[in-house]
Design a protein around this ligand. Sequence first.
Ligand code: SF4
Ligand code: SF4
Length: 62
Amino acid sequence: MYVVTINQDTCEGCGECADNCPASILEMVDGKAQVTGELDDCLGCETCMSVCPSGAVKVEES
Ligand code: SF4
Ligand code: SF4
């Protein structure tokens, strides 16, 4: 399983992570990205991390 953490302070609200997550578990909430789906569905692809311009996303295997 993977743990996806989004730093709410450094997220710039671009929406790229949510738009590009193949598992559709990320959503924009009040202008910031959040994990709103099941982490069980995360593929660990790290796309969210790659597309983030501010390094706000962290994907770790737990
Ligand atoms: S690692 Fe991949 S599947 Fe998991 S949240 Fe990021 S983009 Fe989505
Ligand atoms: S890609 Fe990064 S800056 Fe853009 S919404 Fe996602 S976490 Fe925020």
